[in-house]
Design a protein around this ligand. Sequence first.
Ligand SMILES: NC(=O)c1ccc[n+]([C@@H]2O[C@H](COP(=O)([O-])OP(=O)(O)OC[C@H]3O[C@@H](n4cnc5c(N)ncnc54)[C@H](OP(=O)(O)O)[C@@H]3O)[C@@H](O)[C@H]2O)c1
Length: 271
Amino acid sequence: MIVVTGATGNVGGELVRTLTSAGERVVAVSRHPAPLPDGVPHHVADLADPESLRPALDGADALFLLVAGDDPEGILSAAKESGVRRVTLLSSLGVGTRPDAYRHAESFENAVRGSGLDWTILRSGGLNSNAYAWAASIRADRTAAAPFGAVGLPMVDPADVAEVAAAALREEGHGGRTYELTGPSLVTPRDRAVAIGAALGTPVRFVEQTRDEARAQMLAFMPEPVVEGTLAILGEPLPAEQRVSPDVERVLGRTPRPFTDWAARMVGAFR
Ligand SMILES: NC(=O)c1ccc[n+]([C@@H]2O[C@H](COP(=O)([O-])OP(=O)(O)OC[C@H]3O[C@@H](n4cnc5c(N)ncnc54)[C@H](OP(=O)(O)O)[C@@H]3O)[C@@H](O)[C@H]2O)c1
């Protein structure tokens, strides 16, 4: 049995679907219940309180773990004591490229590596689903605002991250590996607005934000060091942040899905 934390999110939701379609027994964990595929039990638990996870972990073989809370060692001890043998952590590319801004995720990576469990770390690039931030404005007046409209990053499809996670959780051969997960090519914010417009069949107007406008918006839901790190990645990406990684293809045996594919699948959110 596999416990999926963050099971109602963009990556976790795809992972629950992928695992259940493959016939796995899955227990879904998040702080708030939300619709799940038929037959998937849900446990309310908060990663900030490792004890709250114990009922979900009972009888589990594997754990898909998000970076949340401040006690990764406590989460991993609870998992080990419950008989979990394998853990896959969803981390960020930024741990390798912007260590100062990603200390929190780094502390989870260190705990996972030192856990004694069979571990795999997934360092994800920016998720295509970040474009949901535009859903309200695209629905309202067909506009999408972002800074650094001409700077491309190899954004990744949450469904590809989920498929790699499913492989790491179910198959041998991924233990002790840290995978970098990106999409197949660089896409700029302007490209993303165009792709959503194409999926809608009506153009989306891109509005270039200043750095300060973007910072003010991000500070509403991200801590300050993460905002500065994110702005640096979006505006002045390092070569390592623009590199298309071969890891999705290595694990899945196919190229990662392009942003246009995500936009076509998720177009309903922008109508
Ligand atoms: N967005 C990016 O570009 C990006 C890039 C690299 C890595 N990542 C990593 O990927 C992760 C998943 O992204 P996503 O888009 O799938 O996230 P999401 O859609 O926001 O979903 C987050 C999920 O985690 C649950 N959750 C959040 N805090 C929790 C807690 N303290 N205890 C238990 N469950 C908790 C949420 O449900 P409840 O709110 O109900 O608990 C939800 O199910 C992010 O958290 C981030 O660490 C993201």
